[in-house]
Design a protein around this ligand. Structure first.
Ligand code: GCU
Length: 138
């Protein structure tokens, strides 16, 4: 099933700025998190039905140090200290995927930096229904 993309530059940004000073981003830019604990980007994501979705975060980290972030959905923490390891340089992007539970309708997904380095540069998130793990009925 197709994923829906949500650009970070269109999301709610707290302690960060939209930037274009590196290559390889999608949309019109990416978010450069302020180098501070607690900086975050919050996406408003819609789901047709409640259930498990796969969340893919496209990011760059041109340092040699991990830039972990906490993930919350609708104000509830769903993953702590998710690793966003180095990506060679700031022009090189990688994807980190986690499974999350979404409500039907609108959902707030927040990615918050947990170290004084802030988050990685964040390009977008892509949301897709998680792979169907149910056994076929016949
Ligand atoms: C550099 C880089 C930025 C990045 C920043 C950081 O300044 O150009 O894109 O966000 O480092 O350390 O977060």
């Amino acid at each position: 099933q197709a994923a829906t993309d949500y650009q970070a530059e269109d999301a709610t940004i707290s302690q960060g700025a939209v930037a274009t000073n590196h290559t390889g981003y999608t949309g019109t830019g990416f978010v450069d998190y302020t180098n501070i604990t607690g900086s975050y980007v919050e996406f408003t994501v819609s789901a047709a039905t409640a259930g498990t979705s796969s969340l893919a975060l496209r990011y760059a980290n041109g340092t040699s140090v991990d830039r972990p972030m906490d993930l919350s959905v609708n104000g509830t923490s769903v993953a702590s200290g998710v690793s966003f390891p180095a990506t060679t340089d700031w022009n090189s992007w990688a994807t980190k995927s986690v499974n999350i539970q979404l409500n039907a309708g609108s959902n707030k997904i927040r990615a918050t930096a947990t170290t004084a380095n802030g988050g990685p540069n964040l390009d977008r998130v892509s949301v897709a229904a998680a792979a169907d793990t149910q056994a076929p009925s016949r």
